[in-house]
Write a protein that binds this ligand. Structure first.
Ligand code: AMP
Ligand code: MG
Length: 206
């Protein structure tokens, strides 16, 4: 079944409490290329397997987000992130001090990175983060893969900080919503671009 106006597939995602059964089901959804909404310390994210082109394409479709606007990829830890991007000394220092947490780093893609090129809109850079929220960490561990995730709102709308807020606009377009309560920080991550000689603050945030 599709949304007749847009042709977007209807998924009818269930809202689940973050328990072992929900994580197991979410892991299966991620493996199958589906979409899982989850809380982070910043805002709710709309996530998919970052290594799966079709899954990443589904994120853009569900949000109505233009394909040229790149996504952040969420990793379990720095070691996992270092397989996808090239760290320099500045990145090492920032990661040491601020991860896990609300800091996103833009770094050059590593040669042979498994992350779908769609994630970064075809750029040779990648925005990455290691979140600290226990639900986000449990989901990444359960799925055993990096998760590409923008905020879980329709493109142009406000970033959601509760599951109920997500459900209002996106429930029919995702496969599951994990309700982990309100996001502790409530604003987006800070984005720092380290691909230039001088670090640039692309987005002030939490
Ligand atoms: P959102 O996914 O809605 O939280 O937004 C992600 C933010 O990170 C947006 O402002 C993007 O433009 C930015 N971003 C993601 N990937 C890159 C990249 N490779 N280079 C520069 N900015 C990026
Ligand atoms: Mg957003």
């Amino acid at each position: 079944m599709t949304d007749t106006a847009s042709g977007t597939p209807l998924r009818g995602g269930r809202i689940r409490k973050p328990d072992a059964a929900a994580y197991a089901q979410a892991a299966g959804i991620l493996r199958d290329g589906g979409l899982v909404v989850f809380p982070t310390e910043t805002v709710y994210g709309l996530g998919a397997d970052a290594t799966d082109d079709k899954a990443v394409a589904a994120i853009f479709e569900a949000k109505g987000r233009p394909r040229f606007n790149p996504l952040i990829v969420h990793f379990a830890d720095r070691a996992a992130a270092e397989e996808a991007v090239v760290f320099d000394e500045r990145a090492e220092r920032l990661a040491e001090r601020l991860w896990p947490g609300a800091l996103t780093l833009v770094l050059p893609r590593a040669a042979g990175s498994a992350i779908s090129p769609l994630t970064s809109a075809g750029l040779d850079t990648l925005a990455i983060r290691v979140p600290g929220h226990h639900v986000t960490q449990a989901l990444i561990a359960a799925g055993a893969r990096p998760i590409a995730a923008p905020s879980a709102n329709r493109s142009g709308a406000v970033s959601p900080t509760t599951a109920a807020h997500v459900a209002e606009s996106l429930r029919s377009r995702v496969d599951m919503i994990i309700d982990g309560g309100p996001c502790p920080i409530g604003i987006e991550s800070t984005v720092v671009d380290l691909t230039r000689p001088e670090p640039a603050l692309l987005r002030p945030g939490g």
